[in-house]
Write a protein that binds this ligand. Structure first.
Ligand code: SF4
Length: 496
């Protein structure tokens, strides 16, 4: 395949082209694909999930899986629904609903915690929703419950989301007492007029600055600010002022999200779409943000939605660095028991009502060590320019080129000039996003590939018809989806 080749000239398997067009992420299925219309996950019982975790723990004890196990808890409630929100959230009608949500999470802790008895978890992240929307007693009680049943390794990152309208001094004290060492403040914008049009109730520029300054006074606490670029009604001058204000507060880390017109947002439900002109403006503002952050002493990183439920997916939590397992509790979360399975919980319905005050149903897919190997390469190559052979060896105890099902594909990709392999790493050679997308998909295992193709059979047939007549649209959409980044992360330069 040559650079900039037309559709008709592409000498590639149809299924890889289809997957590249349909599954718009650079990680390995099922990561991040759970929102696709035809999910391949099967309904599962809790007993199957528990036995999957037991198997993973055996693999860890035998040195066949990385020891890191990360805990994520999803608190779904918020005081109001922001117009740009696509998260798994609900606005509770009354305290009884909140209490039922809390009981369901505790039941899930009861189900899983015995499996992890005696194990030190590597990190804990509580997101949502808005965890600090819990009142003081409930927050204290819930965090005590979590700590009673799970143990964390010394130095583990204990990380919470919060918002200016919900984080009070007393809640901050509760978080600190329970060992939280990192807190993110979801500010999104400092502009008062914009905040009220976005339905971010209770937040103002003034209380956002005050709430962040309260965090900044705490010694040894890592602080984050979240902003969004591209909000409806956000002019370039508002965004520039937002960046200036955020940088003047000197957070340790900033997450700058690009507004997405996901179907779940109120914006999209009013049939809003981000125009091409607006997209171009967002790209321009991102470059400006890079410049401003660089000048203020921050380095930038990029990432693409990947693992956890929506708003959490672009956090640079330890599991994003490619290691270990994730135990995720609550609606809409995605868990990964390394070498055994991926599973997710039922999503919160569009009505934003929580359907059951019990553990939400599980949907899982089996995931072997072979799938982990493929996932490792696809994940690293998808997110970076290279994948390290040494890291692969230290995780799997074998060189990637000694694994038959990998070496045959990788060596062919090298012959075709798509990648370059040296003794340390495997690098992209091509700059063409379409080639990259298809190369990543061609690393899929027959098991996952066939499962996706049969679940999406009708779409695949439709794609083949259009593809056969040389439809160029898919090429454009693949390139757009793979080359776009969803989030910029800026770290203060003295931070890791
Ligand atoms: S954006 Fe955050 S605070 Fe707003 S509704 Fe969604 S989860 Fe809640």
């Amino acid at each position: 395949m040559t650079k900039n080749s037309g559709v008709a000239e592409l000498n590639i398997p149809d299924w890889a082209a289809f997957l590249a067009a349909t599954y718009d992420n650079r990680r390995y299925f099922p990561v991040g694909d759970i929102h696709s219309p035809s999910s391949c996950f099967k309904a599962s019982q809790s007993v199957d999930i528990v036995s999957g975790w037991k198997k993973t723990i055996r693999l860890i004890r035998e040195g066949l899986a990385p020891p890191e196990i990360n805990l994520y808890i999803h608190w779904p409630f918020c005081p109001s629904q922001c117009s740009f929100c696509f998260c798994q959230m609900a606005v509770p009608h009354g305290r009884e609903v909140v209490k039922a949500g809390l009981q369901a999470l505790k039941k899930e802790i009861d189900l899983f915690s015995p499996i992890f008895s005696g194990i030190l978890l590597s990190s804990f992240y509580i997101g949502g929703g808005t965890p600090t929307f819990m009142d003081d007693d409930m927050l204290d009680d819930f965090l005590s419950y979590i700590k009673r049943y799970f143990n964390f390794a010394p130095g583990a990152e204990i990380y919470s989301e919060s918002s200016p309208a919900t984080l009070t001094k007393s809640k901050l004290d509760i978080l600190l007492r329970h060992g939280f060492n990192r807190i993110a403040m979801g500010i999104e914008t400092f502009d008062n007029k914009l905040l009220s049009s976005l339905n971010r109730q209770g937040q103002t520029r003034e209380n956002s600055i005050e709430a962040f300054q309260m965090l900044a006074c705490v010694p040894n606490l890592t602080t984050d600010i979240d902003l969004i670029v591209g909000l409806e009604g956000q002019t370039p001058s508002i965004f520039i002022k937002d960046m200036e204000t955020a940088l003047s507060l000197k957070p340790d880390c900033m997450h700058l999200y690009l507004f997405k017109d996901s179907p779940q947002t109120q914006f999209s439900q009013k049939s809003g779409r981000v125009s091409l002109e607006k997209r171009a403006q967002m790209e321009h503002l991102l470059k400006l943000a890079d410049y401003m952050a660089g000048k203020a002493g921050y380095r930038s990183d990029e990432c693409k939605s990947s693992i956890l439920c929506d708003s959490e997916s672009t956090r640079e939590a330890p599991w994003r660095r490619g290691k270990g397992s994730i135990l995720a509790l609550g609606y809409g979360t995605v868990s990964h028991a390394f070498g055994t399975l991926w599973y997710h919980h039922e999503m919160i319905p569009a009505s934003r009502e929580l359907p059951h005050p019990v553990i939400p149903p599980f949907f899982s897919v089996d995931f072997s060590i072979e799938e982990e190997m493929r996932s490792f390469i696809i994940g690293f190559l998808g997110e970076n320019r290279f994948v390290s052979r040494r890291s692969f060896r230290s995780l799997f105890g074998v060189d990637m080129l000694e694994v038959d099902f990998l070496s045959s594909v990788l060596l062919r990709m090298e012959c075709e000039g798509i990648i370059r392999i040296d003794k340390n790493a495997l690098f992209w050679e091509t700059e063409d996003w379409l080639e990259k997308a298809i190369a990543l998909k061609s690393l899929y295992s027959p098991f996952i590939r066939d499962m996706v193709l049969s679940a999406d059979h009708d779409c695949f047939q439709d794609f083949l018809k259009r593809y056969a007549v040389g439809d160029q649209e898919w090429r454009k959409s693949v390139i757009d989806s793979y080359s776009r980044r969803d989030c910029r992360i800026y770290y203060k330069i003295n931070q890791q």
